[in-house]
Design a protein around this ligand. Structure first.
Ligand code: DX5
Ligand code: ZN
Length: 219
């Protein structure tokens, strides 16, 4: 299976997000990745549910909302109502298992993210409650950082463990993904990659997405 590619609009033109969402949709993206930051859990601020709602009519693709929030429990309903199809929260926040349950109760697909320094053992309680795992390969907060290769070791272990559980949980790799490291990420067992700079700083979004999937080369 080729990698699914989820461009992260955090790296697009912030003055024209509707255009960027339409552009990545036309360019063959699989998902739209929306990074939500609160200035507490991460040292940066980005968009809220109103922006997600405003973007919703611009694409039929699944909206993949990555909540980097210290208090996701207070916001998951707003993102579900805004049109998020998938909502990921971080295992480092208190009460993550219950937040995953409420995401599912809201009819959305729950995902659990873990930071580069967080060991996979921290996921034990959350794994049975999540349909996808977000392996962070940068310290979250900013796009355009360099992938932390050591964090990739978790991908193959998680793939193996989730199969052992009898649930083939999808694994998404987020942070510093580019054409040069995508093949290694696929070989490690990832199903999906998030790509901010690698897509939005390319002159041709379609070529960039196809190159990340491994179907063609960027010349
Ligand atoms: C990390 C975010 C991202 C990330 C993607 O803070 O969760 O999704 O910025 O951007 P690139 O691919 O440029 O690292
Ligand atoms: Zn993200």
């Amino acid at each position: 299976m080729p990698l699914k590619v989820a461009p992260s609009v955090i790296a697009g033109d912030q003055s024209n997000l509707g255009h960027e969402v339409r552009a990545i949709t036309a360019a063959g993206a699989d998902l739209v990745h929306l990074d939500v930051m609160d200035g507490h859990f991460v040292p940066n601020l980005t968009i809220g549910a109103d922006v997600v709602k405003a973007l919703r009519p611009h694409s039929p693709l699944p909206f993949d909302c990555h909540l980097m929030l210290a208090d996701p429990a207070s916001f998951v309903r707003a993102f579900a109502d805004a049109g998020a199809d998938r909502i990921s929260i971080h295992v480092e926040v208190p009460d993550a298992p219950n937040v995953l349950r409420s995401i599912r109760d809201l009819g959305r697909t729950p995902g659990i993210a873990l930071n580069p320094d967080t060991p996979i053992e921290a996921l034990a309680e959350c794994l049975p409650l999540a349909d996808f795992i977000v392996v962070m390969t940068v310290h979250p907060g900013f796009y355009g950082q360099t992938l932390i290769a050591k964090a990739l070791d978790k991908v193959s272990r998680l793939k193996h463990d989730s199969r052992a559980f009898g649930r083939d949980v999808a694994i998404q790799v987020d942070g510093g993904v580019n054409v040069a490291n995508a093949a290694r990420i696929l070989a490690a067992g990832a199903d999906e990659v998030v790509a901010g700079a690698a897509v939005f700083q390319a002159s041709d979004y379609r070529l960039a997405i196809e190159a990340l999937r491994g179907r063609t080369q960027v010349s």
